[in-house]
Design a protein around this ligand. Structure first.
Ligand code: SF4
Length: 526
C-alpha cells in the first residue's frame, strides 16, 4: 500500500510492503512478513522499517531464500512464511534475511534509476483537465436526494482537483455479493471509456472502481449506474458483505456463504438503518481456508460442519487495515437458520454501546502530534501539526513527507482551501479563541457532514467542560485539555443526556431514528 490507511490488507499477507518516505525524503518500503489467514491466522510484523526502491527486489529475494531454506515444505499445512516466522521468531527471521541479503551480492535484482524510470513511463497519468472543485452540475444535482445519498456513500476524493473516485457496489439487496452479469460488465467498460479514461479497478472488497471521474460527470454517471443496478449506496456499510462462493460452487466448503449474505442484505435493506449503523464489514467464509477473510471482518462468519449440518462460528472485532487484528470468537457455532438473527442482535448491541459514548470515551492520551511553528524545521518523521499559512504555502511538499500531517485551521478562514486536501490529512484542529466564539462549531459540522471528513477533528483553545457535549455532537473527537481530571469531567458531562433530538454528523441515534428503527424492525418481523 502507498496510503497511510491501508486498503491492500498488507498485514494479512506473506509479505506486505508499505510505501513511505524516510527522514531524508527518500521513497522506500517498510517490509512486513508472516501475515496470513486460513487455519492458522497471523498478523504480519515489520521486519525492516525502510528498504529503498533500488533494493526492494533483492531484499524480497533474500526473504524467499530464507523461507526456502528453513520453511516447513514437508507439510502442506505448514508451508507458509507465517509458520516459519512464528516458529523462528521475528528477530531471528530478520537476522537470517539480513545475513542472506548481504551474502547474496549482486544477483541482478537491483533497480537502478533507469529501470525505475522505465517502469514509471508505463504508468503515465491520464490527461486530466483543469476543472473546478465544485462544478455547476454537482451543485444542481445536490437537490436530488437519491444522487446525494449515492455521492456521499460511493464517491471518494481524488488527488486531482475536479475529479473523484467512484466505487460501483456489486452488492445489491438480495443479490450474490460481488457478482456482475456479462451485460453489466460490457456496460461498465463503456462507462469507463466515457468517464474514467478507460480504467476500471477491482478491489478485494468485491466491488469495482472507476478511478478518475470528473465531478461534472457524476450526475450522468449516477443515472447510468442506477439503470444498471450498480448504484446501491452501501459501500463500506453493513450490506457491503465480502463472501466466498461457499457450498454453492466450492468443493471444499463446509457450508453456504452466499445465501447467508443475501439474507443479511435483506435484513439491513433499509438505507437509513444502514447509514445509521455506519461503517461495518461483514466477511463470510464457507470453510477454514478463509477465502472470505472472516478473521478480519468487523463481524466474521465461518461455516463449519457438525454431524452433516451447516453451522457457523461468529467472531467480532477483526479488521484488515493498518491496525489489523484478528476477530474474537464469541460463543458456540449457530445453525444456518439462526445466523441472520444472531448478526442482527450483535449489530443492535453494538448500536446500544456506541450510543453510550461515556463508556467508550474520556481518556487522556499522549498527543502523537508535535506542533511545529512557522519557520521552524520540520522533523523528518512523525506526526506534526502545522498552521494553515504554512500548510497552504506548499501543501504538496508537506503531504509528501513521511508521517501524519495535521493542520490548525483558524475559525475566520473559509474551509474552501482546506477541502481539496482533506483525504490526506490525519487531523484538523479547529480553534476556539474564547468560549464566546463558536465559529469552529459550524466548521466542524461542515467538515463532517458536507465534506465527509472522517479523521481526527480536534478542538483547541478555550475548551470548557460544559461544551464537551456540544462539541462531540458537532463532530469533534479529540480535545486539548489542561488537566487529567478533565477526562472524568468529560465522562460525567457525556452521561448527562441519553437521547438527542437534533440530527448531526456525530453518528448518534436521534429520537426520530429510534422510532423509525423500531417501526422497521416491527414491520420486518410481521
Ligand atoms: S473459504 Fe473454503 S468454501 Fe470458501 S471459497 Fe475458500 S475454500 Fe471454498
Amino acid at each position: 500500500t502507498a496510503s497511510e490507511h491501508d486498503r491492500a490488507a498488507i498485514k494479512v499477507h506473506d509479505i506486505g510492503l508499505r510505501l513511505h518516505k524516510n527522514a531524508d525524503g527518500e521513497t522506500g518500503f517498510e517490509v512486513l512478513v508472516g501475515g496470513g489467514l486460513g487455519r492458522t491466522p497471523f498478523i504480519a510484523k515489520t521486519i525492516k522499517p525502510f528498504v529503498s526502491g533500488r533494493d526492494i527486489l533483492s531484499y524480497i529475494e533474500a526473504i524467499l531464500r530464507v523461507y526456502n531454506q528453513y520453511g516447513r515444505r514437508d507439510n502442506i499445512y505448514k508451508a507458509r512464511i507465517k509458520i516459519l516466522v512464528h516458529e523462528l521468531g521475528i528477530e531471528k527471521f530478520a537476522k537470517e534475511v539480513d545475513e542472506e541479503w548481504k551474502a547474496m551480492g549482486d544477483v541482478g535484482l537491483t533497480l537502478d534509476h533507469a529501470a525505475i524510470e522505465e517502469v514509471r513511463s508505463r504508468f503515465s497519468y491520464p490527461a486530466y483537465e483543469k476543472l473546478p472543485h465544485m462544478p455547476d452540475e454537482l451543485k444542481q444535482a445536490a437537490n436530488d436526494p437519491l444522487f446525494e445519498r449515492w455521492r456521499k456513500n460511493s464517491v471518494f476524493p481524488h488527488k486531482v482537483q475536479g475529479y473523484s473516485i467512484v466505487v460501483l457496489s456489486l452488492k445489491p439487496v438480495g443479490g450474490p455479493p460481488g457478482d456482475a452479469t456479462a451485460e453489466q460488465m460490457d456496460a461498465v467498460a463503456d462507462l469507463a471509456d466515457k468517464y474514467s479514461f478507460g480504467e476500471i479497478r477491482v478491489g478485494h472488497e468485491q466491488n469495482l472502481a472507476l478511478p478518475h471521474v470528473a465531478k461534472r460527470d457524476l450526475p450522468a454517471l449516477f443515472k447510468a449506474l442506477d439503470r444498471l443496478g450498480l448504484a446501491t449506496p452501501n459501500v463500506n456499510l453493513v450490506t457491503d458483505i465480502i463472501a466466498c462462493p461457499g457450498l454453492d460452487y466450492c468443493s471444499l466448503a463446509n457450508a453456504r456463504s452466499i445465501p447467508i449474505a443475501q439474507e443479511l442484505t435483506r435484513r439491513f435493506a433499509n438505507h437509513d438503518t444502514a447509514d445509521l449503523i455506519g461503517r461495518l464489514h461483514i466477511n463470510i467464509s464457507g470453510c477454514i481456508n478463509a477465502c472470505g477473510h472472516h478473521h478480519v471482518g468487523h463481524i466474521g462468519i465461518l461455516g463449519v460442519e457438525k454431524n452433516g449440518e451447516e453451522f457457523y462460528q461468529i467472531t467480532i472485532g477483526g479488521r484488515a487495515d493498518e491496525n489489523a487484528q484478528l476477530g474474537t470468537l464469541i460463543g458456540p457455532a449457530v445453525p444456518y437458520a439462526e445466523v441472520a438473527d444472531v448478526i442482527e442482535d450483535i449489530v443492535e448491541a453494538y448500536l446500544a454501546l456506541r450510543d453510550r459514548p461515556e463508556e467508550l470515551f474520556g481518556r487522556i492520551t499522549t498527543d502523537p502530534f508535535v506542533r511545529v511553528a512557522d519557520g521552524a524545521e520540520l522533523p523528518g518523521d512523525g506526526a506534526v501539526l502545522v498552521t494553515a499559512e504554512r500548510f497552504l504555502a506548499d501543501p504538496e511538499a508537506l503531504l509528501r513527507r513521511s508521517g501524519k500531517l495535521g493542520v490548525i485551521w483558524p475559525n475566520n478562514r473559509s474551509l474552501e482551501d482546506l477541502v481539496p486536501h482533506l483525504d490526506r490529512l490525519a487531523s484538523v484542529a479547529l480553534v476556539f479563541p474564547t468560549f464566546r466564539d463558536g465559529r469552529a462549531y459550524s466548521q466542524a459540522r461542515l467538515l463532517r457532514e458536507r465534506h465527509g471528513y472522517d479523521r481526527e477533528l480536534r478542538a483547541i483553545g478555550q475548551i470548557l467542560r460544559d461544551q464537551f457535549v456540544f462539541m462531540t455532537r458537532a463532530g469533534f473527537d479529540a480535545f486539548e485539555v489542561k488537566k487529567d481530571a478533565d477526562a472524568d469531567a468529560f465522562a460525567a458531562t457525556m452521561k448527562r443526556y441519553s437521547v438527542f433530538y437534533q440530527p448531526t454528523g456525530d453518528g448518534r441515534v436521534t429520537a426520530l431514528n429510534r422510532r423509525m428503527q423500531l417501526r422497521h424492525s416491527e414491520s420486518a418481523s410481521q
